[in-house]
Design a protein around this ligand. Structure first.
Ligand code: CTP
Length: 394
């Protein structure tokens, strides 16, 4: 799977170093050329000799040591890397990279590389959850560094929680995944909506819904990594827009409609994951409404159905909608597919545990224009995003 690929493995100092020996061995078995750089503290846990024997190449530790082979050191390693794996990525090393510090062979080489960098954090739970470490991870993610989430369980320090180095097979699977990343959306313009809209009642209150935006953001991220030119139009969420998207933030359904229509004619594929409010207050009170009556009546008027309009205006576009239902899932979803002139609808029963709003998983049924229904099992929103894109590309 990794035949001929150059993978540089940066090993920082933590007890999980012993697991990285297995990672290196597995990468070799997949056909990769593996070069290891260790920090001095990593070398206190496992000797460079072990990594040299497993990788079949000299191991670089000391910046100032007499060079044995210039082809595998410092800048040479930075530029030969097809992928840079940092495991374990300690809090200290993550902090150095996030803040541009290069004071040893490993941090210097990471700074010098233009290859994709994958970090596998491993540390004590409180260290991992420390806001400074979390900020550093967010910063690096926004800059395009890749992370594999640490596992949960008993840690070497005797505590239980998040911070374990993922199992070697999971790390190697992620490396393979990064190399295999398909570019099947290259040259395609994809318009995605996400999150819920907010319809103002007064300057303080609004009518909203429980959409987190996670599904739409996952699709946007996957489409970018598959080569698409992505415009993401989003209602308010707590999420950071994926790197590489053109992002437009909106609040109300009316604003979302304007934004979507202005991009529509230029789009090849439109995926409407947003939970758009069907009604809005007929008038927005210019001042905060005071609680001086026992009841309050709000008159609501219908919002435009954006997806219906897109279906009417459709020319060359592939249109994908979502249907979140609490009853008669297939009946309602099929009716929306036809009425809105869609090519595919992603239907999910939000009453099922592990499906719907504000969770990280979904249980979807994909319904196609020809009536064919594909039932998917419970999976992460990231996995579902890839499947939706796979089906669009058929
Ligand atoms: N949608 C839209 N504009 C609206 C309402 C919905 O574009 N005003 C889109 C959503 O983004 C989603 C699809 O239509 O892709 C279905 O949304 P949903 O809320 O499930 O259906 P509705 O058409 O609003 O029907 P109902 O609320 O009666 O179930």
């Amino acid at each position: 799977m990794l035949q001929g690929k150059n993978v540089v493995v940066g090993v920082a100092g933590g007890i999980a170093v012993y697991k990285v020996v297995d990672v290196v061995s597995r990468l070799k078995k997949q056909g990769a050329n593996v070069y290891v750089i260790m920090t001095q503290s990593a070398a206190n846990f496992v000797t460079p000799l072990t990594f040299r024997e497993i990788s079949g190449h000299p191991v670089v530790v000391d910046m100032w040591a007499e060079t044995t082979n210039w082809n595998v050191e410092h800048i040479a390693l930075a530029s030969c890397a097809d992928l840079f794996l940092l495991a374990p990525a300690t809090g200290n090393m993550i902090g150095k990279i996030a803040n541009g510090i290069a004071d040893d062979m490993l941090s210097t080489t990471v700074m010098a590389t233009t290859a994709p960098v994958l970090l596998a954090p491993a540390m004590n739970t409180n260290m991992y959850l420390n806001p400074i470490v979390q900020q550093n991870i967010t910063k690096l993610t926004q800059l395009g560094y890749h992370f594999i989430e640490p596992g949960c369980g008993m840690l070497a320090c005797g505590t239980e929680g998040v911070g374990r180095l993922p199992e070697p097979e999971a790390i190697v699977a992620k490396v393979i995944d990064m190399f295999n990343c398909k570019k099947d959306f290259a040259g395609k313009k994809v318009l995605i909506t996400a999150g819920g809209t907010q319809e103002a009642i007064d300057p303080v209150r609004y009518i909203g819904n429980r959409s987190s935006g996670k599904m739409g953001y996952a699709i946007a991220k996957a489409a970018v990594s598959r080569g698409a030119e992505v415009t993401l139009i989003s209602g308010p969420t707590h999420l950071t827009p994926p790197v590489g998207v053109t992002f437009q933030s909106v609040e109300s359904a009316a604003q979302m409609r304007d934004a979507v229509l202005s991009h529509y004619s230029d789009s090849d594929i439109v995926i409407k994951a947003a939970a758009v409010a069907d009604y809005r207050p007929q008038t927005m009170s210019p001042n905060k409404i005071k609680k001086n009556s026992a009841t309050l009546e709000l008159v609501l008027e219908k919002n435009p159905d954006i997806l219906f309009e897109l279906g009417q205006l459709k020319k060359h576009q592939i249109l994908v909608g979502f249907a979140a239902e609490t009853q008669q899932l297939l009946v309602h979803a099929q009716e929306k597919l036809t009425r809105k002139n869609l090519d595919m609808i992603v239907a999910n029963d939000i009453t099922l545990p592990g499906a719907g709003f504000n969770v990280d998983t979904n249980i979807a049924k994909l319904i196609y224009r020809d009536g064919h229904i594909e039932e998917l099992s419970k999976m992460s929103k990231e996995e579902l995003a890839e499947i939706i894109l796979d089906r669009i590309c058929i």
